[in-house]
Design a protein around this ligand. Sequence first.
Ligand code: DGY
Length: 328
Amino acid sequence: MSIVTVTNMFPEGALEKLAPHCDLRTNQTENSPTAEDLKKYAFESTAIVTYLSDKIDRDIIDCGENLQLIANYGAGFNNIDVAHAAKKGIWVTNTPGVLHETTADLTWAMILGSARRIVPAERFTRENRFKGWQAKMFLGGDVYGKTLGIIGCGEIGSAVARRASGFNMRVLYCNRNRLSAEKEKALNAVYTPLEELLQQSDFVTVHTPLTEQTQHLIGKEQFLMMKPSAYFIHTARGKVVDDKALVEALKEERIAGAALDVYENEPALTEGMTELENLMLLPHIGSASFETRDKMADLVADNVLDVLAGKTPRCLVPSWGTSHGGKL
Ligand code: DGY
């Protein structure tokens, strides 16, 4: 029977779906696997189910003598050397199409939360420091009627844009490829070069995948282009942003505030972050709703079952085919 190893904690429903079809090995603890563990899993298994925190590099892939599939439990897959896996004929899959609405919801919680200073205000109240209404207490920025700049307008960026109409916002977006006129109209979003988007937006939100081209896409120069009253929101991948430059921009009040769900050296925070009152810090919970995590796990299980049945997995990552050059 084929061995399938799930490297980290995984929803029970999806495990039950997999169990009858394979020799299922799981790690239902919060202890992340080490590189040595991952090598062992790759060596033993036909398929491994990975977290975005599992770095599946060349060395690990090379251990996978019988490995046919690396099924990532997430939409992003920058933790996997896809080109190397593809060269060896090992499928790589992700979970598109099921987490964008949930991640867009969190993005909006961060937009509203940072503009209206929800976290410090809640902490203040909890500490029993609320002694009566004050005209200048916890003033923040308005959201409705403002300009929202979306960097990366794929599934998640588009879901964020759709929600902006309820706030009567002007929406600007930049993307590697311009959207169709029909889609732009549906989203009420205007294609805008990055520099202009940064200069004009009151809220800038990042939704690009991490690639060689997007690493440190936002750094000192870009923060200098933003309005001093603007807020910066990031739920994509940590390395898209130069976190040191962000800390400097916030310290020097060159922008009004920021909210992060991802970090350059995740899970480590950059020095100075925890001291900043104008920075909201979340632990990478973009897709963390009960419903969505179950849907993601279900899709992972479907991909594994596809491969066990000798089929092409349904969610092959987009760059796989170009790297493999022939299997498809
Ligand atoms: C993803 O799927 O890439 C998300 O970051 C997980 O929350």
